[in-house]
Design a protein around this ligand. Structure first.
Ligand code: FAD
Length: 411
């Protein structure tokens, strides 16, 4: 007998940060929400250092208490180290109003906390269900969903949100992918029991970004967790990573050994988890929306991990899309380009200017420069805290020009 097509209201692909927060926000509007997730949670994901701006969306989605009570590592800033130089930003001292602290999270737990909160709010979250085909040509988008036993069924929805992250389901199936303008970089990363001694120059309440002593475009992250462990990774051009041989763990250890400061910090670390590698993660799309669908988070664009902006952008996209859906439900006409894509890209483009300046070296020159203006420091602190949409900040309103002028002064 032919199976009947299930009818849904809002269908979300993926229960990662973008999907879960979108589900929470839409449930608050009283929408019926179905979330289709390929994996069983908890599952590993990269992207562990949040930015304070993201707290606004967690709060709006009604998930703040769940996150606070989960016991993640408190985070209040970012530290940068390079060849013996050290500088830090305290996000509580910043230009833009709003949250000045956040968390460093094991994503397996964090994503489960958010998805569970969405389910408690009434979203129908279905695990081990994979979206394998999509048809957006009709009045209502239609997806084919394969379950763990291999059975495929159809669901039709009034609106489809693709929050499939690096799965990039709609960009792939609808041929929306477009190349990123960043070179192909990769990351090798693991979790260690760090055993960094108390009293060493290491603030567990901050992400630490260490610039490679000889290659300024190569950098390491150390993201401390609340359980004495650390996320540790290196980001470099693929050619740089390829010159190291052995297992991923051996390659990461060899590259960490190239920085004396980081090696000293991690001298007692227990490397108990096999490292992994991810290459070519930067991605873009030709459009962030189409006929009754929109792309959220990494399913749209992903820039670069250096400023930990990924989850914040994912949340911002969920927030903008749910506002557009609320207006449509209220009978207003929504222009998804003007009301969703343009405002989302405004902040993404701010981050892009800083990522480009980081790899060109000018942003490093600025942050390691001693004796700058405290007001400028607070404006940059705002951007590093994720407030990339606050155009009252001159470094958001005109990022490229401001960065160029400042780098010149710092020279
Ligand atoms: P995801 O987190 O990828 O979630 C997508 C979900 O969709 C997954 O659960 C997946 O299983 C599911 N899915 C995929 N395909 C299908 C399908 N066909 N059917 C059903 N479900 C599907 N960001 C930060 O904020 N801070 C950081 O410190 C940081 N560090 C990073 C380091 C590296 C090396 C990289 C590459 C990225 C980093 N990021 C960081 C970025 C961060 O990982 C992402 O931006 C973030 O996870 C995006 O969230 P999302 O909800 O869009 O997608």
């Amino acid at each position: 007998m032919p199976q009947t097509t299930e009818q849904a209201d809002i269908l979300i692909i993926g229960a990662g940060p973008a999907g879960a927060v979108a589900a929470g926000l839409l449930r608050k509007q009283g929408r019926q929400v179905t979330v289709i997730e390929r994996e069983q949670f908890p599952r590993f994901s990269i992207g562990e250092s949040l930015l304070p701006q993201s707290m606004e969306y967690i709060e709006a989605a009604g998930m703040l208490r769940d996150v606070v009570e989960a016991g993640f590592q408190y985070k209040n800033g970012a530290a940068f180290a390079c060849n013996g130089k050290y500088t830090e930003f305290d996000f509580r001292d910043k230009f833009s109003p709003g949250w000045g602290s956040t968390y460093q999270v094991q994503r397996a737990s964090f994503d489960k906390v958010l998805a569970d909160a969405a389910a408690r709010a009434g979203a129908d979250v279905r695990y081990r269900q994979e979206v394998v085909a999509v048809d957006v040509t009709g009045a209502r988008p239609r997806v084919s969903v394969k379950d763990a036993e291999g059975a495929v069924r159809e669901i039709e929805a009034s609106f489809l949100l693709d929050a499939s992250g690096f799965g990039r389901i709609l960009p792939r199936l609808l041929k929306l992918e477009s190349p990123s303008n960043f070179p192909v970089r990769g990351a090798i990363f693991t979790h260690v029991e760090d055993r960094i001694p108390m009293g060493s120059n290491f603030d567990r309440q901050k992400i630490r970004v260490t610039v490679h002593p000889e290659h300024p475009d190569v950098w390491y992250w150390t993201i401390p967790f609340s359980n004495g462990r650390c996320s540790l990774g290196v980001v470099a051009h693929n050619d740089f990573l390829s010159r190291c041989t052995g297992t991923e763990t051996e390659r990461l250890r060899a590259i960490v050994a190239e920085d004396p400061g980081l090696s000293t910090l991690l001298a007692g670390a227990v490397w108990d988890t096999p490292a992994r590698q991810i290459v070519g993660y930067s991605a873009n799309v030709s459009s962030l929306w189409g006929n009754r669908f929109a792309l959220l988070g990494n399913a749209g664009e992903f820039l670069d991990p250096v400023f930990s902006s990924g989850v914040t952008i994912a949340f911002k996209s969920a927030s903008l899309a749910s506002e557009c859906l609320a207006r449509e439900a209220a009978g207003e006409t929504v222009d998804w380009q003007r009301d969703y894509a343009v405002p989302l890209k405004a902040g993404v483009d701010t981050f892009r200017a800083y990522v480009e300046a980081w790899y060109q070296g000018s942003f490093q020159k600025i942050i390691f420069h001693e004796g700058g203006s405290p007001e400028v420091h607070r404006m940059i602190s705002s951007i590093l805290a994720g407030y990339a949409w606050d155009t009252r900040n001159p470094f958001v309103a005109e990022p490229k020009r401001r960065l160029a002028v400042l780098a010149e002064i710092c020279s």
